[in-house]
Design a protein around this ligand. Structure first.
Ligand SMILES: Cc1ncc(COP(=O)(O)O)c(C=O)c1O
Length: 397
């Protein structure tokens, strides 16, 4: 079937949730993907910050093949080894003590909110409210839509679940002002990803951590996008010198198999058996893939490499900024980077890059985001920058 037929068929068959680019992908290797016409693209979207080791990394393919031949699914009624191995690896390499596995980022955050509410019920006189921030993104379930501080996602679904208060990001006073006896926790992204790659002041997380400790409420970090090496350390919280009570992970954890996780400090381990659960969460197949992914990332110093190549990329983008006065800002950390323009041209730039063989993400009407595999090389960055430069030269404002 030719390219257009797949796309026409999709238009006919699907609920209209995704505004897809006109490109049908069939294969990927490393930082490259191929469409159904055999054309090759440099992939700086990486499955939305998921394919950290690139497409089809050998260690993960081998782990999947091996596990698929022995045990794919067994319920959480029983013990299975890959999930215990993955738990140990994540706990030994983080400041957290206990883990729960699920299937996506939104589900990990739902679990975090349930855990915080349970904690509130048991230790904070029934406090149940969670403070989150504007421009955040925490997922698409109803509760996470309420947690996500963006009206465009919330408005279509009002009335939303209650108990979420959205305040300005990067403003510790705003969080302090709305904290009451009903507050059980604060959820923040260390760097806001979907909201436009918003990097807070260096002391913001530290101030919120201190505030949460003072108030006895939970300091929760959504590391679904920033975690597993993306920002230059295994977890972004390390760079801000804080120790969250709970973190959530997904995206880069499993090299593309659907997995999420919620990790908590020992004193927050308040679920009793039966109070939370999942059919697929932590299944042997996904945990074998995630174990291979995380082990490789740690053993090969991938976060440090992401930091180095990220710095190189940012420097190249700063040069473009000096060249084109309609670029207003380059921001990010590690390989979570955005380029902002003084006009709403992100869609046009994204499509023009795609036509020339570079995939980027339109994160806001006036900003594009780069979330490539963490294994990209400086020469692949050079290729991407050269395509981008040509596109910017051809952009008329
Ligand atoms: C910070 C953050 N939290 C939560 C989510 C939701 O994850 P998922 O789409 O796997 O439910 C995302 C997805 O982009 C995210 O970036």
């Amino acid at each position: 079937m030719c390219q257009n037929n797949w796309q026409e068929l999709e238009q006919k068959l699907f609920l209209r949730t995704f505004d897809r680019s006109p490109l049908t992908l069939v294969r990927g290797q490393g930082a490259w993907v191929w469409d159904d016409q055999g054309k090759k693209y440099l992939d700086f979207v990486a499955g939305w910050a998921v394919d950290s080791l690139g497409h089809c990394p050998q260690v993960v393919v081998e782990a999947l093949e091996k596990q698929a031949k022995s045990l794919i699914q067994a319920s959480n009624q029983f013990y299975t080894i890959p999930q215990i191995q993955l738990a140990q690896l994540l706990i030994e390499n983080s400041c957290l003590d206990r883990i729960f596995f699920c299937n996506s980022g939104a589900e990990a955050n739902e679990g975090a909110v349930k855990l915080a509410r349970r904690y509130g019920k048991l230790h904070l006189n029934g406090a149940h409210e969670i403070i989150t921030t504007h421009s955040s993104f925490h997922g698409r379930t109803l509760a996470m839509t309420a947690a996500t501080g963006q009206t465009k996602f919330q408005e279509p679904y009002i009335p939303l679940p209650t108990g979420f208060i959205n305040v300005d990001y990067n403003n510790s006073e705003a969080i302090k002002q709305v904290t009451t006896g009903q507050t059980c926790g604060v959820i923040l992204e260390p760097i806001q990803g979907e909201g436009g790659v918003n990097v807070p002041e260096d002391n913001y997380l530290k101030e919120i951590e201190s505030w949460c400790h003072e108030q006895g409420i939970l300091f929760i970090l959504d590391e679904i996008q920033t975690g597993i090496g993306r920002t230059g350390t295994l977890f972004a919280y390390e760079q801000y010198h804080v120790e969250p009570d709970i973190i959530t992970l997904a995206k880069g954890l499993g090299s593309g198999v659907p997995i999420g996780a919620l990790l908590a400090k020992e004193h927050v381990s308040v679920f009793a058996p039966g109070e939370h659960g999942s059919t697929f969460g932590g299944n042997p197949l996904v945990c074998a893939a995630a174990y291979a992914t995380v082990k490789y990332i740690i053993e090969h110093g991938i976060p440090e490499k992401a930091k180095q190549v990220g710095n190189y990329f940012m420097a190249r983008l700063e040069t473009l900024k000096r060249q084109f006065d309609f670029i207003t800002e380059v921001r990010g950390r590690g390989l979570l980077i955005a380029l902002e323009f003084n006009d709403t041209i992100a869609e046009e730039i994204t499509l023009a890059c795609m036509k020339k063989g570079l995939l980027v993400n339109r994160v806001k009407p006036d900003a594009i985001r780069f979330i490539p595999p963490l294994i990209i090389t400086e020469s692949e960055v050079d290729k991407a920058v050269s395509i981008l430069e040509t596109v910017l030269e051809e952009t008329e404002l």
